[in-house]
Design a protein around this ligand. Sequence first.
Ligand code: AMP
Length: 434
Amino acid sequence: MSKTFAAVKGMNDLLPPQIEIWQRIEGIARKLFGRYGFSEVRTPIVEDTALFVRSVGEVTDIVGKEMYTFIDKGDRSISMRPEGTAPAARAYIENGVANTEPLTRWFYMGPMFRYERMKTGRYRQFYQLGAEAYGALDPAQDVEVISLCHEFFKQIGVPDVVLHLNSLGDGSTRPAYLELLKQHFLPFLEVMSPEAKLAYEKNTMRLLDSKEAALQEAIASAPAILDSIDEGSKQHFADVQRLLIKLGIPFELDRRLVRGLDYYTRTTFEFIYEPKSGENALGTAGTVCGGGRYDRLVHELGGPEKPAVGFAMGLDRLVLLVEKLKGIERAAPTLFIGTFDGPERDDAIALVMKLRNEGFDVDFDPRNGKLPKQKERASKVNAAWFAAYGVNEHTARTLKIDNMRLAPGAPKETVEVALDALPAWLNSKSKTPS
Ligand code: AMP
């Protein structure tokens, strides 16, 4: 027997019918993000490894443990992108975008790669929909991107997504805060894993994200960064909250929210799925969106001083939720045309193609076969109407069209439509009967 293959662990095939949810969500995103003034960008799925080390940070799970990194044939260290903000910032700088426009709003959709432990809603190839706004420090920009997320969840039909909000300050008071944090964790150094010790030394704030049991008490009692941020950031954060209230966007202050990446400053936020009743379909992978400001990133990567704010949503998780909450609405043909052996079959097929090319959802069974079998196929694809096209119909230039979606016990409904009148009739049926 020949070998059969399986997809690489943690990487999923996205197939019909679920793909319809992906497409619907992506369609809503394109429209809504466009209306908010965001244009799509597509960057390569691989980048110079150093880009992620510099931006995301060496002592983070992503860069330390999860990147798919390889040496290419030119001896370069390349990494599959684990996130979209650093590649977008690289493209923004490399293409000199700041020279031609003072304000830039971008969005992207695409696969990201992290070598993670898998569970529901956590994969090694997953998809993010993200946005980046460069050039505005004003709190209005923070609120615009948050409002975009809020409206997006509403439009795709996912309720119970709670906005968690915090501020990390502009960075000026961070050394003092880190010193405070180091003092706090010092007595726990002995019980730390080598990994946590490294975080202690190199990136102390990461300890607040640690899952190590021995550290949980220390994490719970750790000083909050919000208490030590600079005055300017306090005002900025107050303005963000005031505007959110004005827009009717509810939020919860979350003093523990520091996020996993190094480049965040000032506002940070997450949207977390917290259903009020029933099971949580995402289990512990409930964060559907993470974002915030990264006012220093563009400059740190060699670009101009440009404040920026953005977010990334996990599409896999949103698709799971939409499927659970709303089910899959499959696209279905309006009309299915049955065919017979004989010279008029070519005319039937030509009619199907002509109607499709005119913009109608019309289907047929290319296997031909017996008419009842074709009708079964029409049912299977949930066609709204069915008509046989044989020699009689061909001669009479008229189809007898049956309603395939009758209520149980309802009488048969058949309409006669002249071939010439089919486009007009299909137009009137484009809202298919339920
Ligand atoms: P992050 O870039 O880690 O802030 O992630 C932003 C969002 O992407 C998260 O809130 C998740 O919804 C999603 N996400 C992150 N990692 C994964 C993963 N391994 N599998 C699926 N979704 C993920």
